[in-house]
Design a protein around this ligand. Structure first.
Ligand SMILES: [Zn+2]
Length: 401
């Protein structure tokens, strides 16, 4: 089969080759890869479809490390249809690759979601590339379950651990609480299989978090949400997972930069404290994203209920947020408008930084020859909006005018 060739003409490239970044460029795409990024105006090679960029911004595709669903679907539905629906919805928000994320439910429900993700990855269903599955739980702290069903929070068992380890080809990340009995040993086994272990939904002390790092834990799940912080033991203050995450740069972290889960000052604190390229944006979006206000389940249709009002998802008892309703483009916009980042550094936290954290930066995260053709075209005015999304050389969302 002949491979497709595109030329995206006259775009302002963000995170492109050094010297060309920020300048007017043409991007040549052959098959799944970027063949060349060069100054605007060169000849069009034969057999090439031209996309007129007309001065739009071209940036690397967004990478969402933690997403549950959107448009009425949740990955835990474990159907091809749900993967297709969620992919199309997030592609229109600039996502070109992601980690479908499971909810804390029965082992069978979690395994069937993971297995469906493997099939969908194989067949390219949903357009957005599945980098791997992220299992959120079930080994979490009973008091820090958030919107996950507390009835399914549990300790590791040999049999269930085996189920995860045997799926390491597709399960690439798991969130757990290191202080739960049996979890440290599981962290060792999972890391050995190449599964990134992420601390979260946890009551771990500072010291317990450091022990988990020694066992292989390398990430933190939605910094600030559902995690221990400073407590008092008589007159003494004891630091928690949050402080360990801020202080120790062996831990990379995601933040849900929807300005609800954490206010702007806490997001800025994380960006200021942590080493360069260790903090990325994630959506943690749920079924109600893109939908009218109403009641939606979090996780499968048997999952817990959450109410979405004015685009904000909360638990029914209003004790916390139940994931979010944003897409990656919303977070890039928040980075600029609320956090004061410039365009390149906000885009970087949605593309190159998550690529590095997910160990996918050899082929993703910048617009350079040889990398995957994961490209988002953005209009800057009147506000930042996605006009075209291309994943590995295939158009997966388009709103060019
Ligand atoms: Zn989540």
């Amino acid at each position: 089969m002949k491979c497709s060739r595109y030329l995206i003409r006259d775009v302002r490239v963000i995170l492109g080759p050094s010297g060309l970044s920020g300048g007017r460029c043409d991007i040549e795409i052959v098959g799944e890869r970027i063949a060349d990024v060069r100054p605007f105006g060169a000849d069009t090679p034969a057999d090439t479809t031209v996309i007129e960029g007309k001065g739009l911004i071209a940036c690397p595709g967004f990478i969402d490390l933690h997403v549950h669903g959107g448009m009425g679907a949740d990955f835990m539905d474990a159907t091809e249809e749900s993967f297709r629906t969620i992919g199309a919805y997030h592609a229109a928000g600039g996502t070109t690759s992601y980690f479908p994320t499971t909810a804390t439910e029965s082992p069978q429900a979690i395994f069937s979601c993971i297995d469906q993700a493997a099939r969908c990855r194989e067949q390219g269903i949903g357009g957005v590339e599945i980098l791997g599955v992220h299992a959120e739980g079930p080994y979490m702290a009973p008091r820090k379950h958030g919107c996950h069903d507390p009835g399914f929070v549990r300790e590791p068992s040999r049999e269930e651990n085996r189920g995860y380890l045997d799926r390491a080809h597709i399960l690439r990340r798991i969130t757990c609480a290191p202080e739960v009995p049996g979890v440290l040993a599981f962290i060792r086994d999972a890391s050995r299989e190449g599964i990134a272990v992420s601390g979260g939904h946890s009551d771990a002390t500072f010291v317990q978090t450091l022990q988990a790092i020694e066992c292989g834990m390398s990430m933190i799940t939605h910094l600030y949400s559902a995690m221990s912080t400073i407590t008092k033991d008589g007159p003494f203050r004891v630091a928690g997972m949050l402080e360990a995450a801020l202080l120790d740069d062996r831990l990379a972290t995601e933040v849900i930069a929807d300005l609800r889960h954490a206010p702007k000052e806490l997001l800025l604190l994380a960006l200021k404290t942590k080493a360069k390229d260790t903090v990325c944006f994630t959506t943690d979006a749920m079924r109600g994203a893109g939908m009218a206000d109403g009641v939606y389940t979090f996780g499968s249709q048997r999952g817990t209920k959450a109410v979405v009002e004015g685009g904000v998802a909360r638990n029914l008892d209003n004790t916390g947020f139940a994931s979010s309703t944003v897409r990656m483009i919303d977070l890039v916009r928040n980075g600029i408008e609320a956090l004061g980042l410039n365009l390149e550094s906000s885009v970087r936290r949605a593309s190159l930084v998550p690529a590095r954290i997910a160990d996918a930066d050899r082929r993703k995260g910048t617009l350079e020859a040889g990398k995957d053709a994961d490209i988002v075209l953005l209009a800057e005015h009147p506000r930042l909006e996605v006009r075209l999304t291309m994943a590995r050389g295939k158009m997966i969302a388009q709103a060019l005018v």
